[in-house]
Design a protein around this ligand. Structure first.
Ligand code: SF4
Length: 949
């Protein structure tokens, strides 16, 4: 019997199976929703779906309890009591939309920057960003700034792609897989399936993570590194590889900027920039004819070392020479970094040796002729079967950008990017930096009732692209793209409430949030954030953040602080679009996107947020949302998905385009497109031709395919940028050598953090606190069974994680006399919490940790006030402040990566001491009332009580 055939053991328990896309985490697996009598009976994985091939995780199967959760909001709400009281009245949609239109319309008329529109983990950023652009406020971003912008920014700037949604290990061929700090809730099923493949083939899996849980628990080797020092480990491995000459010189010369000449003229405005000819072409040194020629000169063999004199008399060196000199320095020797990383010298040297051995002694080859962008024909794909993956463990530190750059440098040095067995790009990536926009939001980019002249989020090419005024003051409420965090490509959502409360750089009128639990687990300094949301100006009696509009499907902690609540649907009641314009579900061999559709109709007075946003766009008469005469262009989000075109022939969905649905990528809108997706299991997949599947950054056939599919209008090959000229431009500004000159207050910080070659510095939060007073690291991990706070109201998932202990290394327990279940005070420079502890041995000896977002505020999420999440659970957030401690110069920087503005959640340092036994964790807050309901739902009460006993 084939594995696909199934024996019928009983009568079918459902009448109908509807195929859609899971939204219990961000992996977007295909699911079959079984429905009987209009009710969902159960959910299973879709075996035909390319992402999960039928695999379903605990979260996915528990989607039914998400859908029927009593914490669902029922109708639009208007606040009638003080903020935080939970006193709301239910209102009609017409009234809710009229209020929102009034607030938003007034702001747009008078000063559009006084709207701050930020979204959480939604998957419709190409729509929300477009809406904000058409509205005309500079203040828009999604949650990337507090999630993993360091991954995205470092990846795109270095290799034109990034881990997770933009690429994946070649699970079929890799022989050594090294994973840095990946959380089990992110990239959940795909990584599980990938690791299973490695295990079946006997490939080696090495996990670098301070905590051995989840994926790390099944790794062949666990490297329990000290948090924040991964960059040192990686640079030490690079040191070893360079010393042993285990690098792929041919790969470097072909695909990277290693040969590009860097001007050596200290004290001038060009020092450290690439040498260019009169036409702006970068120069290299041609070793056969011994001439300086433009990069790409036919037949040129560019040198990687030496010092040459340019025509204008200045000297220059290939960037690789700078690279080699830097990393061969003994400060990166394993002996020098062992103490800081907490690792043995042999571990570091062993990792480097294994990477070198597998990359070069076990190289693989696929016989497939292909042609590179220089027209050179290759007979095979040569593979270095070493792959890496990383996520928040590298990203959520204030040195995370440079650490992630270091990891990409390591990949490139051994020639393991987009080759067989290595890390592989997923379309539409790779994309060179030049294909990304610069940020928009300076005063000249917007004005009353006008759209912004370009997208909010992008990549500055130098200080001239910062969003600052003539005095250097930030243009955005979160201060993204200012001197504080120049390349904050995803914005800085974690700073919005604090800055808006302080009126710094200006006050706002309306804060509009979607799916972002900023009054609890998504904010640092949670208690302070709550106070800011409640705070009133004594002079006027008005809230300092005057109006808050919030959209969510559930009664999260944030709902209580909204003035107007727009209730969203569950993911099974709505249309959604997992788009190539946004964050698609492509695989290395295939272009893919997907939809969700209402497999059941809402039984409450709720509407999908995207449809509401389109309605508001029409009511506000935003360009792109009306026909210019006030008539709405789109009936709802489904209509938008089908008919919206970002460029001619390019819409949110790539599949089934054209009048008869036979076009992929480019093509006219097809009114039947959604039906075709539904018939196909709610996804679309187009295979990349075999001769285009590897070396996409330099593969002519792939580049042609990308143009055909509409990713680009012309080929956009990528040259990997190991040496980063953009960063050097900021350093020149900090030295006063380049306009605009960086403010003196920021100069030292930029010089420290903006090294054009990947670098390591001590995490800022760690460097500024007293290491003797706060001797331990404290981090969170994300459990496989919960995605952030999304499972908080889910009766099944709550049974897996109902409370979160603080896991404490055994030796610390012994020293303090702590046993499982004891209580302890944990303190940081900002605050202290009282928590229950659990002993753990498989953890870095200086690291305490707990699960993320399990702790809840009493009364939130429809839970009983005695639910263990609220009485025993806790948040580490209370210990973390959005600002770093005061420096000697009286300044407090944001607690972020100084390059990208990434929230530095994992820089936290703490102390721990034993506390008296007690019943509840601290701090505790006044219980929240269930908005729109007098009492929690009995079904949830039951779960809360059972687990309290
Ligand atoms: S991995 Fe994520 S998307 Fe896939 S089934 Fe689990 S929760 Fe759903």
């Amino acid at each position: 019997m084939s594995p696909r055939q199934r024996v019928a053991l009983s009568e079918p328990s459902a009448d109908e199976v509807r195929k859609t896309t899971c939204y219990m985490c961000a992996c977007r697996c295909g699911i079959n929703v079984h429905i009987k009598d209009g009710k969902i009976r159960y959910i299973e994985g879709n075996r035909d779906h390319p992402v999960n091939k039928g695999v379903l995780c605990a979260k996915g199967s528990a989607g039914i309890m998400q859908h029927y959760a009593p914490a669902r909001l029922n109708a639009p709400l208007k606040r009638v009591g003080p903020r935080g009281s939970g006193e709301f009245e239910e209102i009609s949609w017409e009234e809710a939309l009229a209020i929102a239109t009034d607030w938003l319309g007034t702001v747009r008329q008078n000063d559009p920057k006084k709207l701050a529109f930020f979204t959480g983990r939604d998957q419709s950023q190409s729509l929300t960003g477009f809406w904000a652009q058409q509205y005309g406020t500079p203040n828009y971003a999604a949650h990337g700034g507090f999630c993993s912008v360091n991954m995205a920014a470092a990846g795109i700037m270095t290799i034109g792609g990034a881990f997770w949604e933009f690429g994946a290990p070649d699970w079929e061929r890799t022989k050594l897989f090294v994973m840095f700090g990946v959380a089990e809730d992110h990239d959940s099923n795909p990584i599980k399936m990938g690791i299973a493949k490695l295990k079946q083939r006997g490939a080696r899996f090495v996990s670098v993570n301070p905590v051995r849980t989840g994926y790390s628990a099944v790794a062949d080797n666990w490297i329990g590194i000290r948090p924040g020092t991964d960059g040192l480990l990686i640079l030490s491995v690079i040191h070893e590889l360079l010393k042993a000459r285990k690098i792929d010189v041919d790969y470097l010369a072909r695909y990277t900027n290693a040969p590009w000449l860097v001007i050596d003229a200290p004290g001038t405005a060009e020092h450290g920039l690439f040498a260019r000819d009169g036409e702006g072409r970068v120069l290299v040194y041609e070793t056969v004819t011994e001439r300086v020629v433009p990069v790409g000169t036919k037949g040129a063999r560019a040198g990687l070392s030496g010092r040459v004199q340019l025509q204008d008399g200045r000297f220059a060196v290939p960037s690789f020479q700078l690279l080699a000199e830097k990393y061969l320095d003994e400060r990166y020797a394993p002996e020098k970094v062992a103490r800081q990383t907490g690792l043995a010298v042999d571990t570091i040297r062993g990792l480097a040796g294994e990477i070198a051995r597998v990359a070069f002694d076990e190289a693989i080859s696929i016989d497939q002729p292909w042609t590179d962008m220089n027209g050179e024909r290759h007979q095979a794909y040569i593979g270095r079967p070493v792959s890496f993956h990383a996520m928040r463990g590298l990203s959520a530190h204030s040195n995370g950008f440079q650490t992630t750059r270091a990891l990409h440098l390591l990949q490139v040095l051994i020639g393991a990017i987009d080759c067989p067995g290595g890390f592989r790009f997923e379309p539409p990536y790779p994309k060179p930096l030049s294909a990304h926009p610069t940020p928009h939001g300076r005063a000249e980019h917007f004005g009353s009732n006008k759209p912004l002249s370009g997208p909010h989020l992008g990549f500055p090419r130098g200080p001239e692209d910062l969003l600052v005024d003539d005095e250097g003051r930030p243009a955005r409420i979160d201060k993204a793209f200012s001197w504080d965090a120049p390349i904050s490509a995803h914005g800085m959502m974690h700073m919005v409430i604090a800055n808006a409360h302080a009126g710094d750089p200006y006050p706002i009128d309306v804060l509009f949030l979607y799916m972002a639990n900023m009054a609890w687990n998504s904010s640092m300094n949670t208690a302070g954030t709550i106070k800011m949301l409640e705070d009133k100006d004594p002079a006027t009696g008005e809230y300092r953040i005057p109006k808050i509009i919030y959209s969510d499907a559930y009664a999260s902690e944030m709902v209580a602080y909204a003035d107007l609540v727009l209730p969203d649907t569950t993911y099974l009641e709505r249309h959604d679009c997992i788009s190539l314009l946004d964050r698609p579900i492509s695989e290395p061999d295939a272009v893919q996107d997907a939809i969700r559709w209402p497999v059941v109709e809402p039984d409450r007075d709720v509407r999908g947020f995207q449809t509401v946003l389109l309605d508001l766009g029409a009511r506000l008469d935003l360009p792109g949302f009306t026909d210019g005469h006030g008539k709405a262009l789109y009936k709802d989000y489904a209509d938008y998905i089908v008919r919206h075109e970002r460029r001619p022939g390019i819409g949110p969905l790539a599949g089934f385009r054209g009048p008869i649905g036979d076009r992929a990528g480019r093509g006219a809108a097809n009114p039947d497109q959604l039906r075709r997706y539904i018939e196909n299991g709610s996804f679309f997949s187009a295979h990349i031709p075999t001769e285009a599947q590897f070396f996409k950054h330099a593969n002519q056939a792939y580049q042609d395919f990308a143009v055909r599919m509409g990713f680009f209008d012309t080929p956009q090959p990528v040259t990997f940028q190991l040496y980063q000229e953009t960063l050097q431009k900021f350093r020149l500004s900090a030295q006063g050598l380049r306009e605009p000159v960086a403010p003196q207050t920021h100069a030292a910080r930029i010089l420290e953090a903006f090294d054009p070659l990947p670098d390591w510095y001590e995490p800022l939060g760690e460097a500024l606190v007293d290491g003797e007073r706060y001797p331990y690291h404290a981090i969170t991990q994300r459990p496989a069974a919960m995605y952030h706070s999304w499972g908080s109201m889910n009766a099944w998932l709550r049974q897996i994680h109902t409370r979160n202990p603080l896991y404490v290394p055994g030796p610390i327990c012994d020293e303090l006399g702590l046993a499982d279940g004891d209580w302890a005070w944990v303190a940081s420079h900002h605050g202290r919490i009282k928590v229950q502890v659990a002993r753990m041995e498989a953890v870095n000896s200086s690291t305490l940790w707990t699960w993320n977002a399990i702790g809840k505020r009493k009364g939130a999420w429809g839970l009983d006030k005695r639910a263990p999440e609220a009485t025993k659970g806790f948040l580490m957030n209370h210990l973390i402040h959005e600002l770093l401690p005061l420096k000697k110069d009286g300044l407090r920087w944001s607690n972020s990566d100084p390059v990208t503005g990434q929230a530095a959640w994992y820089d936290l340092r703490v102390s721990i001491e034993k506390a008296d036994a007690c019943e509840e964790s601290e701090p505790q807050f006044a219980p929240l009332a269930q908005p729109g309901r007098p009492e929690p739902h009995p079904a949830v009460l039951r779960y809360g009580q059972e687990w309290t006993k």
